[in-house]
Design a protein around this ligand. Structure first.
Ligand code: FAD
Ligand code: UDP
Length: 337
């Protein structure tokens, strides 16, 4: 049987496309290089505690439409992410707010702004991105609010939460009734996979698709170190950001404070270590500076000429959150059907 659409990648973008195309009467095949669905949202339960395999994922959106959409596929646990920053062994309220200024002993104003930049943004940003703070696109740092109120939530969106039985289960429900093949790498045999469908939607990196023949797009990678500790509580909160450059990890997440779990006598903690992307590890973050964006445009024009449909965080080379991945998948399918 020839499918109408081949979707490369069983992440959130691919899953929403698959759901919407299927509901519009199209026959869809999803292939996924990894051994599981869910892309970077994937999670699993270890010893009774749900952990995200690729870093903490908190759903947040201002869009009623996107919130209603995800509520079709999961029940949601009320959750507002709160993070603490650690600098030289001292713990601060974060994102910067009036409490942070009080802890720093400064009034809000230019002096506070300078201290905040040097203590909380320079070291963290330079280790995360492997380049000076000044060379990181401003849009990346602007993800973090600096507030002149006492609000210490990481996000201020209208709708925030966690899917009660995790993202993998939610994405599995999106893929209900859709053919999915795991451990299937599109790039290993492009011709064969393309021959199975009339059109292809590709959600992986575009430079790899073309053998990097116009140059390599830059990405940043991460190493996740998941550790079990035989204690009820390891840090007593969900996430702590380590903002000094000399501390090799950026953040630690103790999972039982995200998906609320009773005391079990053990706990799971994940350290995130930033790493260069070397072509063999995972490209978690696009580095959207002028050079990379121009190169990406070149690759995406080529894909367009070939009739290949491209999307998702890697394909579109945009540092998008889950709600944006869903919105762009919905917009794409609206255009297609
Ligand atoms: P992905 O999840 O990357 O899925 C792409 C899939 O394609 C992958 O499964 C990959 O294996 C597969 N693939 C690639 N190439 C091939 C190939 N050749 N053949 C077959 N399959 C292939 N968003 C939020 O809203 N809130 C958060 O708190 C949040 N935290 C994050 C933390 C981290 C550390 C990271 C990295 C991201 C975070 N995000 C968060 C962003 C979120 O992960 C993305 O918005 C979302 O996963 C994008 O979905 P996607 O399908 O585009 O990409
Ligand atoms: N950032 C920082 N200090 C922090 C947290 C974030 O300097 O304590 C900067 C850093 O450059 C990071 C960016 O803000 O890459 C966005 O942070 P966010 O927590 O949104 O990153 P993500 O969860 O996407 O990895």
């Amino acid at each position: 049987m020839i499918y109408d659409y081949l979707i490369v990648g069983a992440g959130l973008f691919g899953a929403v496309c698959a759901r919407e195309l299927t509901d519009a009467g199209k026959r869809v095949l999803v292939i996924e290089r990894r051994g599981q669905i869910g892309g970077n949202c994937a999670d699993e339960v270890r010893d009774g505690i749900r952990i995200s395999l690729y870093g903490g994922h908190i759903f947040h959106t201002n869009s009623r439409r996107i919130w209603d959409y995800v509520n079709r596929f999961s029940e949601w646990q009320q959750y507002e992410h709160r993070v603490k920053a650690v600098y030289q062994g001292v713990v601060y309220s974060f994102p910067p707010n009036l409490m942070t200024c009080q802890q720093l002993g400064v009034e809000p104003g230019p002096e506070a702004d300078f201290i905040i930049k040097e203590r909380f943004f320079r070291g963290y940003t330079e280790k995360q991105w492997g380049r000076p703070l000044e060379n990181v696109p401003a849009s990346v740092i602007k993800r973090i609010p600096i507030r002149s109120t006492w609000d210490d939530r990481y996000f201020d969106d209208r709708f925030q939460g966690l899917p009660v039985d995790g993202y993998s289960a939610m994405i599995a429900r999106m893929l209900d009734g859709v053919d999915v093949e795991l451990c299937a790498d599109y790039l290993a045999d492009r011709e064969y996979y393309d021959s199975r469908a009339r059109r292809t939607i590709y959600t992986g990196p575009l430079d790899a698709l073309y053998g990097h023949d116009c140059g390599r797009l830059e990405y940043r990678s991460l190493i996740f170190q998941h550790t079990r500790h035989d204690t009820d509580s390891w840090q007593g909160c969900a996430t702590m950001n380590y903002t000094e450059k000399c501390v090799p990890f950026t953040r630690t997440t103790e999972w039982r404070y995200m998906w609320r779990t009773p005391k079990l006598g053990h706990t799971w903690v994940t350290h995130e270590y930033p790493a260069a992307y070397d072509g063999t590890n995972e490209p978690y973050y696009p580095v959207g500076d002028a050079r990379n964006n121009a190169l990406h445009r070149q690759y995406s024009e080529r894909a367009k000429r070939e009739g290949l449909i491209v999307g998702g965080r890697l394909g579109s080379y945009m540092y998008i959150n889950m709600d944006q991945a869903i919105a762009s998948a919905l917009a794409l399918v609206e255009k297609l059907v």
